[in-house]
Ligand binder design. Structure first.
Ligand SMILES: [Cu+2]
Length: 166
């Protein structure tokens, strides 16, 4: 299709189609990169909130945190306007039963390491929901680190299916 267009209308192809193609490629590149952020030596990727089941009092938040510094940091708190309380949780399986517990001292992000907050593992637990985030929305969440301090980030709300596809 493009080859034919180029043969019969070289000027048109050069001036418009190529420009369009470059624009399309740039947009794809931009949309891939938007879901990451950086604050000092911490790099964040895929900040995601799992869409809560209607009526559920809690929702989970996931993110990838990479610590590029040579000293450990610690995620000590998270906060958002749609939840009355937010905790850092760990999920584990004991005797075949999934349990969650609050990490009261926060979650360590070792030097040079990437820590994943994901389904079935560490997660941010949004509790006492004032409203349920819906898939497709973007919600502001503030994360507080012992050393890097406080940063606000855009979390994208996704369905369970969208998250497991990732
Ligand atoms: Cu939890």
């Amino acid at each position: 299709m493009m080859a034919i267009a180029a043969r019969f209308a070289p000027n048109f192809f050069n001036s418009f189609s190529m420009r369009g193609l470059f624009l399309a490629i740039s947009f794809v590149a931009i949309s891939i990169c938007t879901n990451s952020a950086q604050a000092g030596d911490l790099v964040f990727a895929h900040p995601t909130i799992r869409e809560a089941i209607p009526g559920a009092p809690v929702a989970a938040g996931y993110i990838s945190i990479t610590n590029n510094s040579d000293s450990a940091d610690r995620l000590v708190a998270a906060e958002t306007s749609f939840a009355g309380m937010t905790q850092i949780h760990e999920m584990s399986v004991t005797d075949g039963i999934m349990r969650m517990r609050q990490l009261k001292k926060g979650l360590e992000i070792p030097a040079g390491a990437t820590v994943l907050l994901k389904s079935g593992g560490y997660h941010i637990m949004f509790m006492r929901l004032k409203e349920s985030p819906k898939a497709g929305e973007v919600r502001k969440v503030t994360l507080t680190f012992e050393k890097a301090g406080t940063m606000e980030m855009d979390f994208t709300v996704k369905t369970k299916a969208e998250i497991s596809m990732h």
